[in-house]
Design a binder for this molecule. Sequence first.
Ligand SMILES: C[S@@+](CC[C@H](N)C(=O)[O-])C[C@H]1O[C@@H](n2cnc3c(N)ncnc32)[C@H](O)[C@@H]1O
Length: 424
Amino acid sequence: MFNNKVMKEFYTLSEAADYLGKSKQTLRRWDREGLLIASREPVSNYRIYKKEMLNQFVGDLFDRSVQDNETNYVPSNKPYSVLELFAGAGGLAIGLEKSGLNCIALNEIDKWACETLRMNRPHWNILEGDIKDFDFSSFKGKTDIVTGGFPCQAFSYAGKKLGLSDARGTLFYEFARVVDEVQPIVCVGENVRGLLSHDNGRTIQGMISILDEIGYNVVPVQILKAIHYRVPQKRERVFLVAIRKDVEVEYNYPAKYNRIYNLSDALKKGELFDSDVPESDGAKYPKYKKKVMEMVPPKGYWRDLPIDIQKEYMGGSYHLDGGKTGMARRIGWDEPCLTLTCSPAQKQTERCHPDETRPFTVREYARIQTFPDDWQFAGSIAQQYKQIGNAVPVNLGEEIGYSLIDFLNRYSSIINESQKSMTG
Ligand SMILES: C[S@@+](CC[C@H](N)C(=O)[O-])C[C@H]1O[C@@H](n2cnc3c(N)ncnc32)[C@H](O)[C@@H]1O
């Protein structure tokens, strides 16, 4: 996959493809999707790749991993502060807190999610309401990190490089506006995988160019798979890490763990939790659906039903293309759960309990997202499922936290050194 060519300053498309052991077509796609963005040769406009960028990408391709019994944990050299936007029920926030970061404020519009945050962390500064209505400039100089899982919306293009004002009206605009007001050392946007292909890759490109305009360099965007970060669920999230341009320190995504956890690790006593999952309320299947789901074995789906039931249950979808592997799906104990959604019993994304014919309960949902058992959720059962389904898995948030602490430790050492040399 990787040959030992001597590195030079710039690589052409075919040299970069050769270097990474990928096809030129793959590199063109990665460029469009923002995974590995090429520069352009000024005269020919051909794609060229900077040495540092390839080096960093190679590092990622080499699959940095943490061996069993090792950890990404790194203690912080000093207290670091986070402003968490679009905080939801706090999945990312608790993960960051577990890593040792200090949440100085959290913004969220949903009243039940705010209630959840207040109930569990009465001392947190919860700014409840629409982000548009808040001025965050008082956090300038006090905030090392701004984070936020902004909902993804298209920009309207005027056929040029996007600037902040072009994104007005979107929630990404609000995220970038806060970053601009607060000037953190680093900011982290979090989103669904679909962000990379949204509007044929133009949305992510627009975000990168807006962050550039407000003085931030975006680290090559990566999809992180939660299963590599001590989460018993096949959830994927895109992370957009941007570093203030005066900060010349490299950011490294957290190394992956070798150990993959499954549903049994989530719901039973073991390495992830020191007791079986507590009992709690949960949704139920209507009678007909229960009858159908009873015929599906663990790890099975609609194809495991008798043909006549398949046709009846699937209706019009029966003749459509695509595997539809989420329909009538029952999870097995020995596999990671499929991505949880905001509602536990949707026809396209069914996730039935392995032994009992029912959706996962609220506490089972929370376990699969690695929330601690003592984290309570406010609102109706449907509101609770929604908050949990929306969250960044806590353990993934914790690992992102360590990567940020490692980055900030290295930055603070450089600042200390330069202060010493000025006073010495
Ligand atoms: C994907 S969820 C965030 C999940 C959260 N990071 C976690 O880990 O639990 C996005 C959140 O943005 C919130 N939101 C949407 N529009 C908003 C707005 N205009 N102002 C503030 N929050 C908003 C939603 O209520 C939702 O809770």
